[in-house]
Ligand binder design. Structure first.
Ligand code: SF4
Ligand code: SF4
Length: 83
């Protein structure tokens, strides 16, 4: 089965992973103010969460993301506050 981890110290609680995941694998932990993996069984390994996470906190065992070669200006400006 796929293994997915969130590096707890790196997560800044922005919740972008919750927004982007098409299969609702994450929940937001109000106590820690960080994202948590809720149902890893639903993960389809699209790697959208790993791609969008500004802290690069999400890892999928045996899967590696490939960065795009182009730069989307509108997306980059939305991400700027997290960099
Ligand atoms: S996108 Fe990354 S930093 Fe933001 S809540 Fe998810 S794991 Fe944490
Ligand atoms: S890889 Fe895709 S399906 Fe899996 S947790 Fe991330 S966004 Fe959701």
């Amino acid at each position: 089965m796929l293994e997915m981890t969130i590096h707890e110290n790196s997560c800044r609680g922005c919740q972008l992973c919750l927004d982007v995941c098409p299969t609702d694998c994450f929940v937001f932990d109000e106590q820690t103010q960080k994202a948590r993996v809720a149902v890893v069984e639903n993960c389809i390994a699209c790697l959208s969460c790993a791609y969008i996470c500004p802290s690069m906190a999400i890892r999928h065992k045996d899967y590696h993301q490939v960065k795009n070669f182009y730069r989307n200006i509108e997306f980059s400006s939305r991400m700027e506050k997290f960099l």
